[in-house]
Ligand binder design. Sequence first.
Ligand code: ADP
Ligand code: MG
Length: 253
Amino acid sequence: MSKIIAVANQKGGVGKTTTAVNLGACLASLNQKILLVDIDPQGNTTSGIGINKADVEYCIYDVLINDVNPMDVIVPTELENLDIMPATIQLAGAEIELVPTISREVRLKKALSLVSDQYDYVIVDCPPSLGILTVNSLTAADSVLIPIQCEYYALEGLSQLLNTIRLVQKHLNTRLKIEGVLLTMFDARTNLGIQVIDEVKKYFQNKVYGTVIPRNVRLSEAPSHGKAIISYDPRSRGAECYLDLAKEVVASE
Ligand code: ADP
Ligand code: MG
């Protein structure tokens, strides 16, 4: 059985893309067949895993808007067991173009239903908004993974995200669950990070992953080399932690 996980938080810069790429790559290294789905017009997952956007013939835009078969859009990555449905800036138009279309919220769900059984996990990297692209992702998903950055106001905006999740559960996808809450960019040298962890655990309780992702410069360097952390620097703290997270995700099945 395949599982579709949306990585979502409407705040930018909290580690969604870093988590989608590196959780995907680490799961692939554990022999899980993975499809990464980039549904952010910025296409950071696409470039971060080493796909040159200039070489992308069809992207997720064509799947959502032009009914192109997802099989014709998915491409392999350098890593074994890891494929990607890429995004380019063309996707920026989709937010507006989808508005007047029929079944606009279920476009991604329909497309993924054609391919998901070839994968153990499909990981969808959402844009930093709660618009139609994120709603498509939550509608297609079995569960949502919420990265939260260990900083001031970590919980700010989360009630809007949880409200959107509830609305999708009510009207579009009754089976949607919270997969887990991931604390990112933790800095052990500050008390603040520890306070944020306590606060988030009070709020989400056993939904919070035991693995906490530290601030690690190797994680921020890897995308400019088009590599996941396990290829770029497999001995880094970042690589160890995302591998731990992947094991936690697999063990929770
Ligand atoms: P989002 O997709 O939520 O906007 P990103 O994953 O792109 O967030 O992360 C925002 C920035 O922070 C990027 O430059 C990324 O490389 C960096 N970053 C993410 N996680 C870490 C980390 N654990 N340690 C250091 N830098 C990180
Ligand atoms: Mg991103």
